[in-house]
Design a protein around this ligand. Structure first.
Ligand code: AMP
Ligand code: MG
Length: 505
């Protein structure tokens, strides 16, 4: 097959020599296309509309690389569960190039599971089909929810087996990202490189992701602040939908502000700040409720790497960086509260009176926790209550009257806002609040039992139908579809109690 030509413009390979190792993908013996996102390929202007499944499998297995691809394994380090690992890097991933998408955004195209690289250490550089399909399902679910995320373009079964606790079908995933620059990328050059290298990486990242800061004074301090702002917004969005990343190591935190590295992630079922699903997170470091604090901890590691650029005198640099880090909780809180207002069907906090709305939100969550109520269903049924249908919501609570005092406060708040609107001559139709709430409180999330069911069918029986059905359903998470009611149901409690996720290694 003639190699295709993608409209590559490979700035990382071109501008940052010494920050990666060139490396070719290993050939796949019998590539077979398992999944392809045609709409995303069009968005990336890859010119693949006329390619059949075999042609796409050849390209996205790495067997027939596009012309002018410059496959590289990026160097990075990282703090894993709090411990510094000075040498990580792309052990099973290759950046094959960058394109400018239809909206003018620069996007990385990278393979995952395409074989060994100079950073593979003892790993085989390969990936199993199940975890790659998991990344497709959860990443696409996040994207459809409106949460910034890497995307999955293709999955190709390689035709060989990979050996984990048992032999599994191997696969490569093609991942699309704003970039793959991580906090750990900075840590790597702060630990092994020169200040000049950290500066070049920072300036590259600023130009790519924060161009408005390029020519200003103190740009590296502003850069730290801007990264913190994006992380605060992102983690607040995770919290709003009950997403648990599961492995928030600094090498899994993207400077582009995208959710990246879908390993042991999961959506929470009943509300519990301590919810953890990852088998390796024994101490609950990355539990649902700890995510905002961990984001700040990770930003502190970025700040350390940037210190020599922030100010020539270390003491001064530490003071300036500390100010940014100390502002993080307040910044996160604002994003969290904005989203909570919307979820509660209230006006943005500026008009709502911050303290009262925060208390309303906190008390609602406490009720969900005390009654072990499904997080997603509770929010969705609160929208029904906004239209006067309380029964579906009440039925989630064992003690039906448990909600009464809170509901009275919430209704008073809503009524107060409606009265203000009426006074201002803005009509507030009865169903408008419910409609708004249904636009931010998903009807569907990627529930763990459904994800597992789909992956098992694909891995054990070669049956992709459950995967495809679930993926299609997750594309419209805010739209209630009675024929898909099964997908909106919580998992059986016994399933959730014993459910564990694994890093897809
Ligand atoms: P992750 O848990 O996916 O964030 O990966 C952590 C580190 O382990 C990264 O440096 C990966 O490249 C590396 N890694 C994970 N799985 C493999 C594998 N099968 N072979 C080689 N390196 C791997
Ligand atoms: Mg990773």
């Amino acid at each position: 097959m003639e190699p295709v030509r993608f409209p590559f413009d490979n700035s990382y390979a071109r501008d940052l020599p010494g920050f990666y190792a060139p490396c070719e993908p290993e050939p796949a013996p019998a590539p077979r296309l398992v999944h392809f996102n045609h709409a995303l390929a069009e968005e990336l202007q890859l010119g693949l509309a006329d390619h059949d499944a075999d042609g796409l499998a050849a390209i996205f297995s790495g067997n027939c690389l596009p012309m002018e691809a410059t496959p590289i394994a990026q160097a990075y380090a990282g703090h894993q569960f709090g411990q510094f690992s000075p040498q990580l890097g792309d052990g099973r991933a290759l950046l094959i190039g960058e394109v400018i998408d239809r909206l003018g955004r620069r996007r990385d195209i990278a393979f995952k599971g395409s074989g060994r690289t100079p950073f593979s250490r003892r790993g085989d550089g390969k990936a199993a089909l199940g975890p790659m399909l998991r990344e497709v399902l959860i990443g696409e679910a996040m994207n459809a929810l409106g949460i910034s995320s890497t995307r999955a373009l293709a999955v190709v079964a390689t035709g060989e087996q990979v050996y984990r606790d048992r032999p599994l079908p191997g696969a490569t995933l093609t991942r699309v990202a704003g970039s793959h620059i991580r906090v750990g990328t900075f840590e790597y050059f702060a630990a092994h490189g020169t200040v000049d290298q950290v500066g070049r990486l920072a300036d590259y990242t600023i130009a790519r992701h924060y161009p408005e800061l390029q020519d200003g004074e103190c740009r590296h301090l502003h850069f730290l602040r801007a990264v913190a702002e994006r992380q605060a917004a992102l983690v607040a969005q995770w919290m709003h939908v009950g997403f648990i990343h599961g492995v928030m190591n600094t090498d899994n935190m993207s400077l582009a502000g995208e959710t990246i590295d879908y390993g042991p992630c999961a959506f929470m079922e009943s509300y519990d700040p301590k919810a953890v699903f990852s088998s390796i997170d024994e101490l609950g470091r990355y539990a649902y409720g700890r995510q905002p604090r961990i984001a700040r901890w990770n930003l502190a590691r970025l700040a350390e790497a940037l210190l020599p650029l922030i100010a020539p005198e270390q003491q001064r640099a530490v003071e300036l960086a500390t100010e940014v880090l100390d502002a993080f909780p307040g910044c996160y809180e604002r994003h969290w509260l904005d989203g909570m207002c919307a979820k509660l069907g209230l006006e943005p906090q500026a008009r709502a009176g911050e303290g009262e709305v925060a208390a309303l939100a906190e008390d609602w969550l406490a009720l969900l926790q005390a009654n072990r109520v499904d997080f997603t269903l509770a929010w969705r049924r609160l929208a029904d209550a906004a239209e006067g249908h309380d029964a579906p919501l009440r039925s989630l609570f064992g003690e039906h009257r448990a909600l009464d005092p809170w509901m009275a406060r919430w209704r008073a708040r809503c009524a107060g806002e409606d009265a203000q609107c009426a006074a201002a001559g803005v009509p507030a139709p009865a169903d408008a609040r419910a409609r708004r709430m249904r636009g931010v409180n998903p009807w569907l999330i990627a529930r763990n039992h459904l994800v597992e069911e789909a992956l098992e069918a694909a891995t054990d029986d070669g049956d992709l139908a459950p995967f495809e059905q679930l993926l299609a359903a997750l594309a419209l998470p805010y739209q209630e579809r009675p024929e898909l009611a099964r997908f909106a149901e919580p998992a059986p409690a016994a399933f959730t109690r014993s459910f564990r996720t694994f890093c897809g290694t």
